[in-house]
Design a protein around this ligand. Sequence first.
Ligand code: ADQ
Length: 469
Amino acid sequence: MGRLIVVSNRAPSVDGSSDSGGLVVALIEALAKNGGLWIGCAPEQSDTPTEDLVFHQRPDFDIGLFELEPELYRDYYLGYSNSVLWPALHGRVDLIDVQPRYAKAYREVAKRLAALIAKTARDDDLIWVHDYQMIPLAHELKELNVKCRIGFFLHIPLPDLQTFKAIPDWKDLAKWLSDYDLIGFQTRRDLGHMINIFRHTMRGELRANGTMGIAGREVALGSFPISIDVSGFRRLAAKGAENTEPAPLPRLIGVDRLDYSKGLPQRLAGYEAFLARHPEFRSKVALLQIAPPTRDDVDAYKAIRSELEHLSGHINGRFGTVEWTPVQYIHRAMPRNELAVLFRFSRVGLVTPLFDGMNLVAKEYVAAQDETDPGVLILSQFAGAAEEMTEALIINPHDPEDIARAIKTALEMPLAERIGRHSALYAHLDQHNVGRWSAAFLKQLLSVQRLSPDGVAPFPGSTPWTQTA
Ligand code: ADQ
């Protein structure tokens, strides 16, 4: 019986202090079942990286950290991952910054990491690789003759073929993706894009069992919508609310990493259009936008920060009074328990990304509500969450008037309709929490039969490997 090896750019902290996110909790649970290892970059870079993984033991699983030189890390992470792949996969090819050293660093990190993993992986382990920073890993592991089953989950969107082809290394990326045994996406939308990319670039053929035949091997694909610890977040919000005063005015809330994919300027434009069209709501509502900075060293992120400061100042200048500030803008991260209470005491949740793999804030907002007097979620049609959360008010984030209409509808929605929509959304989330997400992915990865060169499946289909329920 093998271990689960999770690989991601960042690993959870060695002391458990950063375990609060749903993803970390779900994967820790899966790791704890069979003993496992989570591999990720060390929080600090080093001019003299160690030649092996640095292992730390947590009660239920191990953490293996790898060190990189600061320059290599910068070119791999801020460079290729976040200045090429992140904008391209979010459809912002205008923001791609192509530098040959970025692509080189990206490949180099995968090679090094594969060599470190190859030293520890056993044939019956399962390797689960996460996200766009790590795409070449299966290819590099196979070059080193690692025989475990290797799955990949893409947390961000996969765009259509034409957009994908704007990435200079798109053929390599398609090939590297096809080296996984199972590729998981957030949505059927992204899964469809992958099938199309494989068909057109690698003559992939879809089989009746849902796998694709590509270059003589079989690749399994699936849509696995990620979620949160729904009841845990609900409890957090309800408990915090016991000692907190509700907001003085009906509140609209937005909570996002400060990122151009999240549609923040468009959200403010929609709010401005709402206040302009409906003077009767001025001084009667307030928007709280919480947007902590990320990737501040990348130019496109500096630009979005100053744009947002300008827009919120503009709205406050245009409509504000001595007693009323229409937009409250907080530019830092908040503890999860405080966030949960803010969600619960907000009449409207605004989630308006231009393109998003899933968007967990949409799910957190719904989970945090008081079911007897719930708020209303306004959700972009381009968030992966819109595939599942159909009882939200679905909007086009590029159209300020559409956002303005939805804000008015949400603020005026009768209690019975709010309860109806919320209970349908909550029931779905409750059935599809993050534990089910990881279990579904691992179950499918486990069922993959990798053939050895002599045509024998080295892993019996009935490996007694337990999954999270
Ligand atoms: P992100 O782009 O980071 O994730 P999202 O899914 O919204 O986007 O998750 C953000 C998380 O950070 C949420 O749990 C949220 O509560 C938290 N957060 C945001 N602002 C915060 C603040 N000010 N203080 C504290 N916490 C804050 C990527 C993809 C998404 C995909 C996830 C998971 O871009 O599409 O849903 O991975 O797969």
